[in-house]
Write a protein that binds this ligand. Structure first.
Ligand SMILES: [Zn+2]
Ligand SMILES: [Zn+2]
Length: 393
């Protein structure tokens, strides 16, 4: 019983740390222990380390740590790429060591030894494609085709020059401060890929997310089938029923079964929990980016629209309140009106509510089929846009 409890607590602690690290900044975890662990892991521990190094080594020590932080977070570097490869390789190695001896099993045929390797191989190819492909770097030689790809909407994009690259800034592009280049249809800079996600590699990025979600689900299902096969083959249910002298019902058998599984397959169960959490996170991330792709928006543009809408709301509220002030001043100077009924004034809308709602007018949204096609075949790679230079000259 003791070993079972230790394993269960170990699993629970691992789960809490992973959830806190990855999801602790979500609003639902605000002011909860999970939020506090997230703050400690993401910034608190780093601040304590800086203070400790400052006390022991002085300014030179803190400068060295800040230099490392600048290298890791503000400059292109492969640390997260290496971490990804070590993590994928490590997990696959643990799976081969802990579960391959059960394949072929009662539910899994030998082919899964090879399909799992193939799945990981395809995942790494997608990772390499996303990491090392051109996201749509804009330079003086190719700027014409990116300018031709998207018109300026005159709302969040207007004609201007990139102050760093000294070239016209195409609509939907952004200068990435980490990579120090302008990128067409810029989505975001991805630290895991050490690359920007832009017009030309969003397709690989989406395939990467979807494929890794599927690999994680495959891993969870395959490991579950390994354990289920062992349960079946070792006739453990019958053994437990006889050993404990209990009836063969789910309720009475479940605690003994869980204890037996935690004792015999602890590594597999921890792997399953880890893969299930990662698959949920990947599903959420893929869902978010898929919704952006379907509406032909980018992560960068969602921030731009948020800024634009809140700015426009403030302007129209200021306008409405100044009009209300003017009306009340002119009302005072006129003849005194009979007082408004309390009921009428209660139901009368505030002048601030009369402001027109500010809506997002995304001119790049051309219907989901054309939007998806635009992700798969970027506009700048199509002959009509590539030949634009010739048409212009
Ligand atoms: Zn630039
Ligand atoms: Zn970048």
């Amino acid at each position: 019983m003791g070993v079972g409890w230790i394993l269960a607590l170990h699993g629970l602690a691992t789960l809490t740390v992973i959830i806190s690290f990855l999801c602790g900044n979500w609003p639902i975890f605000r002011r909860t222990p999970i939020g506090a662990i997230h703050r400690f892991l993401t910034s608190g521990a780093y601040e304590y380390l800086l203070r400790f190094v400052g006390l022991v080594c002085g300014n030179k020590g803190t400068d060295a740590i800040l230099g490392v932080e600048n290298f890791c977070c503000n400059r292109p570097n492969p640390s997260l790429q290496i971490f990804y490869l070590v993590m994928v390789g490590g997990i696959y190695f643990i799976i081969t060591k802990t579960s391959f001896s059960y394949i072929p099993g009662y539910y899994l045929s030998e082919v899964h030894r090879y399909t799992s390797f193939l799945a990981i191989g395809i995942g790494i190819i997608l990772f390499v494609l996303t990491s090392f492909s051109d996201p749509g770097t804009v330079n003086a030689d190719n700027v014409y085709k990116y300018l031709a790809s998207y018109p300026y909407d005159e709302i969040i994009y207007t004609q201007k020059e990139c102050p760093t690259c000294k070239i016209p800034k195409p609509a939907r592009s952004k200068h990435c401060s980490i990579c120090d280049r302008c990128v067409a249809r810029f989505d975001h800079h991805c630290g895991w890929m050490n690359n920007c996600i832009g017009e030309r590699n969003t397709r690989y990025f989406m395939a990467f997310l979807l494929w890794h979600f599927l690999i994680c689900v495959y891993g969870v299902v395959a490991i579950a089938l390994v354990i289920a096969g062992e349960l079946k083959e070792s006739r453990i249910i019958q053994i437990l029923t006889v050993y404990y002298g209990i009836e063969n019902s789910v309720r009475s058998l479940a605690p003994h079964l869980v204890q037996w599984m935690l004792g015999s397959y602890d590594a597999q169960i921890l792997l399953m929990v880890f893969l299930a959490i990662v698959s949920l996170l990947l599903a959420g991330f893929f869902g978010y980016h898929a919704s952006l792709c379907l509406t032909n928006t980018t992560t960068n543009e969602t921030f731009k629209w948020q800024e634009y809408i809140s700015w426009q709301k403030k302007i129209s509220e200021a306008r409405a309140s100044s009009e209300a002030l003017k009306a009340s001043i002119s009302g005072l100077s006129k003849e005194e009106k009979p007082p408004e009924s309390k009921w009428k004034s209660f139901f009368r809308r505030s002048p601030l509510e009369n402001t027109d709602p500010v809506v997002k007018q995304n001119m790049y949204d051309r219907g989901f089929i054309r939007n998806i096609y635009e992700i798969i075949v970027p506009l700048s790679s199509r002959p009509a846009f590539r030949g634009n230079k010739l048409k212009r000259s």
